[in-house]
Write a protein that binds this ligand. Structure first.
Ligand code: SF4
Length: 321
């Protein structure tokens, strides 16, 4: 059986598991082992994912399961995402129940995050349909590895596509995500933009892995040329974790120069993440530089937008407010 869910495109013999270990071929049929198996859930501001230009400060229900199709060596959620077999420590929550929980907490929507949502695709698809039917929004926090076919199925039910562009070289993608070719990640992100989803991009800047000027210029340039200069780019601080704990955390100066690179290629909104209190957490108007949204970590302290416009020069700010 060929699994068409993500870009790994595993071919599974009878009895075999896919690369993510969450799908198995039993007698010629492919089964998901994690449908509805929730390993982590919490209610957070959408900034936590991080998304900054979609109803800032709104509360969202975040859900994640176990397993991943990348298993990055420095993953911050590796306890869940590097699950292979054995006890999952999960709790079953049907798609309808997930929507009811979100409603109960007066959330604006559902985020699938913590691990890669593509690997419990069927669950996120049903959850997204239920959420939209109930008037909630949906946010896919992804490493970008949905196959084209899977993306086309779920796109009509998604509002936000927060894609992690980890690098801009085959070498780095191989080292981080065991992925041979990242071209489809870029293509699916472009499709998301063309189809009117709200798209933001995040890059965790890891010393010695993806922190060269060359790689950061390449990512920023691609965003500018293909998603548009109005697409927010988050460059976030890496903290040593798991199999990358021998590396240092990202120096602030490197993150600030990554922000400068983003602005240099033409991006309007480049944010510095995982450094609470840094001025680059906040939003300033891309035209007149008027401060618009003041943040601290994931909290919105002040929002001065009026009907989605800058109160000083009246320019329309990209996003939904
Ligand atoms: S979801 Fe991806 S990694 Fe998992 S079995 Fe399917 S193609 Fe392979």
């Amino acid at each position: 059986v060929t699994c068409l869910t993500c870009q790994k495109g595993c071919v599974l013999a009878d009895g075999a598991f896919g690369w993510c270990h969450t799908r198995v071929n039993e007698g010629g049929r492919l089964y998901s082992l994690i449908y509805g198996e929730v390993a982590a859930r919490s209610v957070n501001p959408i900034e936590k994912t991080p998304v900054y230009h979609f109803y800032p400060g709104s509360k969202w229900l975040s859900l994640g399961s176990v397993g991943c199709n990348f298993r990055c060596p420095g993953c911050q959620n590796w306890q869940c995402s590097h699950w292979l077999h054995g006890p999952m420590g999960t709790q079953y929550l049907s798609p309808g129940e997930s929507v009811a929980v979100a409603r109960g907490w007066q959330c604006a929507g559902l985020s699938w995050t913590f691990n890669e949502p593509a690997i419990w695709f069927e669950y996120t698809l049903e959850g997204a349909k239920s959420a939209k039917a109930e008037g909630l929004c949906t946010n896919y926090v992804t490493n970008g590895s949905l196959s084209r076919q899977a993306f086309e199925l779920i796109a009509p039910y998604l509002d936000v596509y927060l894609v992690d562009v980890k690098a801009f070289s085959q070498r780095t993608y191989r080292a981080l995500g065991h992925l041979l070719d990242y071209a489809e990640i870029l293509e699916v992100a472009q499709r998301a933009k063309w189809q009117g989803l709200h798209v933001e991009v995040v890059t965790n800047v890891i010393p010695e892995i993806n922190d060269s000027d060359e790689e950061l210029y390449a990512i920023a340039g691609w965003i500018n040329d293909n998603l548009g200069r109005d697409t927010p780019w988050h460059v976030t601080k890496f903290f040593p974790h798991h199999r990358l704990r021998h590396l240092p955390s990202t120096p602030i100066e490197r993150l600030e120069s990554a922000c400068a690179i983003g602005n240099d290629v033409g991006l309007w909104y480049v944010y510095l993440g995982n450094v609470a209190g840094h001025p680059r957490e906040s939003t300033c108007c891309h035209v007149c530089k008027e401060p618009l949204i003041r943040r601290h970590a994931s909290d919105v302290l002040e929002n001065r937008l009026i009907d989605g416009r800058c109160p000083a020069c009246r320019s329309e700010i990209p996003g939904r407010f």
